[in-house]
Design a protein around this ligand. Structure first.
Ligand code: ZN
Length: 413
């Protein structure tokens, strides 16, 4: 057995003897699995739950995609790795900077550290926005690393991705970015990579297109989980260790008339404090807003006049559907966030409501179905399903989704 590897102040077991596989099944609130299981659509997952582990764990806050994917691959929360949303705001310049570039990453990934010890690493992600962060520190010229996205699978090449002609190799065209095909592509590629490349560590990260549109138990959602389960069966070979978790859950956030249940916080604060005093930042905002209209349950507020922080907190506290209102210091301490990438105030809304900025700033015309979204505490709890028993030293400690690689690698020793 090789010696342990220290990564971000945690001792990981050495090199696994079979493949350690972690799957981040984007937006998988536990009810999706439960509903599909009732119809016997997920026999492989059901056998994992019975013979391995069926746990509920915490995701990182904000319960968004990028912060949680990066937490999973570094084994640590945002306070350590720095990625706390899709972008951060710089008050001095008014700039909103996308955080999908590795220069914003403050911690090495588990992949990088294992790669340096000689491991073979494979990563497939649905959306390309995560790819550069996930592959940071890997070298693609030694035939030991593969990392590409389904979204830009046609652009994959040996020097940047460690693989080329992906679509021909897999026999699948580039899927539409707003389709379940993007996630199926990830799973199909994972199976083929496992069989042909035999990685030591593999990470598969899907997209939550289905979960934003369809509730648990919906026919389309059930078909998605049945598809997923078929690929799981093909990964569950050769004593591989598999952990299935999620970046966040998903809750319905619309009113009874079908319109999005949104608190337009910028409008409220402008009215109460005056124009240009506050700036509401929604870190869910990204170029792919079609399925959530940039409405999630987490916001941070910057104030140009710091003496108004308490007044702003008082105003926000009056809003019935906002459950958490904290100062930067309190919020970052409680939810492991990086203080320098958060505003003066951190707030989260209730289970069925979202926080917007100014009403006119949101283009909701492309939202076809009633809004389903995430970002707050009600989407924090996610499944953590393992095909192996996990050695939990203290049953009272609630795991995090970012403990996935630690336990997947331990199970593959
Ligand atoms: Zn997500």
């Amino acid at each position: 057995m090789s010696s342990p590897i220290e990564i971000n102040e945690r001792q990981y077991p050495g090199m696994p003897s079979s493949t350690a596989i972690v799957i981040c099944l984007d937006g998988s609130q536990k009810e999706y699995f439960e509903e599909a299981s009732k119809l016997n659509l997920t026999p492989n997952i059901d056998s994992f739950k019975k013979n391995g582990e069926d746990l509920l764990v915490n995701s990182a806050i904000p319960s968004f995609t990028n912060p949680n994917n990066i937490s999973i691959v570094t084994g640590r929360p945002s306070s350590v790795h720095g990625i706390c949303g899709n972008f951060f705001y710089t008050p001095s310049t008014g700039e909103e900077v996308m955080m999908n570039d590795p220069q914003f990453l403050r911690a090495p990934t588990i992949f990088q550290k294992y790669y340096e010890q000689g491991a073979k690493i494979a990563i497939v992600t649905a959306k390309d926005k995560l790819r550069k962060l996930l592959s940071h520190g890997l070298k693609f010229n030694e035939s030991r690393a593969i990392c590409f996205s389904s979204e830009k699978s046609d652009q994959a090449n040996l020097s940047e991705n460690g693989i080329e002609e992906v679509n021909k190799w897999l026999g699948m065209e580039v899927p539409n970015v707003y389709s379940q095909g993007l996630s199926e592509f990830v799973m199909a590629a994972g199976v083929k990579i496992l069989n042909e490349f035999n990685p030591d560590i593999m990470y598969l990260s899907t997209t939550d297109f289905i979960q934003h549109k369809y509730a648990p138990g919906d026919e389309v959602a059930n078909a998605f989980y049945a598809m997923f389960d078929r690929y799981i069966g093909q990964l569950n070979v050769n004593n591989n260790s598999i952990i299935v978790t999620a970046d966040h859950g998903m809750q319905p956030k619309s009113r009874s008339d079908g319109s999005p249940n949104a608190i337009f916080l910028q409008d409220i604060l402008d009215e109460a404090l005056g124009k240009n005093i506050s700036k509401v930042i929604l870190p869910i905002t990204d170029p792919y807003v079609v399925h959530h209209g940039a409405l999630g349950s987490f916001a941070t507020v910057y104030l140009s006049d710091k003496s108004k922080i308490n007044d702003a907190i008082e105003e926000i506290n009056k809003i019935e559907d906002i459950e958490v209102v904290l100062t930067n210091k309190e919020g970052c301490a409680q939810y492991d966030l990086p203080t320098d990438r958060m505003g003066d105030i951190i707030c989260m809304s209730s289970q069925n409501s979202t926080i917007g900025s100014a009403e006119k700033a949101h283009d909701l015309s492309k939202l076809k179905e009633p809004l389903r979204s995430h970002g707050g505490l009600h989407e924090r709890e996610v499944p953590f399903i393992s095909n192996k028993k996990i050695n939990l030293n203290d049953a009272n400690i609630k795991l995090n989704n970012y403990d996935a690689f630690y336990h997947a690698i331990s199970g593959a020793m």
